[in-house]
Design a protein around this ligand. Structure first.
Ligand SMILES: [Zn+2]
Length: 61
């Protein structure tokens, strides 16, 4: 039981370490996010809040 829980926690930590964090709202981006150079955003709305207007959500394509 403890071993299984430990494995699960490590997996979550691995995701947390790999996932970029939105530069605007701080949300952890798991899956599709937006990238602008070395900045990451969870959605186009957050990118716009940082003055970046050329990015769009994948869903808008
Ligand atoms: Zn965001």
């Amino acid at each position: 039981m403890n071993e299984r829980k430990y494995t699960f926690d490590s997996f979550e930590c691995a995701i947390a370490m790999l996932a970029p964090v939105c530069d605007s709202c701080g949300t952890q981006i798991i899956g599709h996010g937006l990238e602008n150079g070395d900045q990451f955003f969870c959605c186009a709305g957050c990118a716009r809040q940082q003055g970046i207007t050329q990015l769009r959500d994948h869903a808008e394509l």
